[in-house]
Design a protein around this ligand. Structure first.
Ligand SMILES: N[C@@H](CCC(=O)N[C@@H](CS)C(=O)NCC(=O)O)C(=O)O
Length: 318
């Protein structure tokens, strides 16, 4: 039966000599949803309909295979890409799977497609080669492949603001975001990194609300998004990290609501939470964080104890 189906796949790929994405679009029933089996995520049953991808294992066929994003719900880097997939309405063209489907992050199966051992990675149409890593590279690739609706601001200054918003988060906050949830870590290093997070939040606030910020005299600074009235890649890069920040800083380190004293970020956060692709990803990440919490993560990795006993250190920076 599998052999017959493979013949059908190969036969149709000869008939439809365009890109294999077009090919899979033709073969996939539009109502099919991806099945995510991440350890912390929701598992959605596929709806009924033609689903050849389920009988053509990801790594055994190089022609016409559906692209797959390997990721789990709590991954803030992967959440950027999931948001793009939801925003572009391309869930019928890209599977979203957990690395567990290949044997786990440390498995040979996953390493074969992700030599860096990190997620997210996106398999390209030729699944005999390794997949595309790095969330911002994947975002740009998918933005070029699926240009509508556009997530690229239309003006040079808009693009610069979007890039800057993304880069502050990606270069400065995400490398130290583990201070909010990882252990073990020296208490004073953790407190120092939390203080740094505050300074980067202040810079992002400057970008969004200061009349002296780059591009402030252009419509790109009118908001509510980082580069104007429409969401762009900068918003996608930043939002999942803000879901972490919003969940962890008040609850685990006693910060006030980080948006209370930052009106530009508050307006941005509100707009993002009202944008369906972002709120959907926000729910996925938050659900996973609640699982961490219910599982006693902050207690287990020693953060609760550290904050309670190291009273000489400053833990909250409003
Ligand atoms: N710069 C990478 C970072 C990817 C990353 O660190 N991913 C985390 C999950 S959010 C991961 O795979 N961690 C496992 C590891 O580093 O071993 C990107 O933007 O995709």
């Amino acid at each position: 039966q599998v052999a017959v189906l493979l013949c059908v796949v190969i036969g149709l790929s000869m008939i439809y000599s365009g890109s294999s994405r077009r090919h899979t679009t033709i073969l996939q029933h539009p109502s099919i949803q991806s099945t995510r089996a991440g350890c912390l995520g929701r598992i959605r049953a596929p709806s009924s309909g033609l689903r050849l991808a389920s009988v053509t294992p990801v790594r055994s066929v190089s022609v016409g295979a559906k692209q797959t994003l390997y990721d789990i719900p709590v991954s803030n880097h992967g959440a950027r890409v999931r948001m793009l997939i939801y925003a572009k309405g391309i869930e019928d063209q890209i599977n979203i799977e957990s690395p567990a489907a290949l044997g786990g992050m440390k498995s040979d199966g996953f390493k074969a497609i992700s030599p860096l051992g990190k997620m997210p990675v996106l398999t390209l149409d030729d699944t005999t080669v390794s997949a595309l890593p790095e969330s911002t590279v994947i975002l740009r690739y998918l933005e070029s492949m699926y240009p509508t609706p556009s997530l690229t601001p239309s003006t040079p200054v808009g693009r610069a603001r979007s890039d800057l918003f993304a880069q502050i988060v990606d270069s400065y906050i995400t490398p130290i975001q583990g201070c909010m949830y990882r252990g073990p870590m020296d208490a004073s290093l953790r407190a120092d990194q939390l203080k740094s997070v505050k300074s980067y939040l202040d810079f992002l606030e400057h970008l969004l609300s200061d009349p002296k910020a780059p591009g402030a005299d252009t419509p790109a600074a009118d908001g509510p998004f980082c580069a104007g009235s429409k969401p762009s890649l900068g918003d996608l890069v930043a939002y999942p990290t803000f879901v972490f920040i919003d969940y962890m800083l008040p609850k685990k380190f006693g910060w006030k609501d980080v948006f209370e004293t930052r009106p530009g970020l508050a307006r941005w956060w509100d707009a993002m939470n009202h944008w369906e692709p972002a709120s959907r990803v926000g729910d996925e990440v938050t659900e996973a964080l609640i699982s961490w919490d219910n599982d006693g993560r902050w207690e287990r990795v020693g953060i609760e104890e550290q904050v309670k006993t190291s009273t000489n250190l400053q833990w909250s920076f409003d």
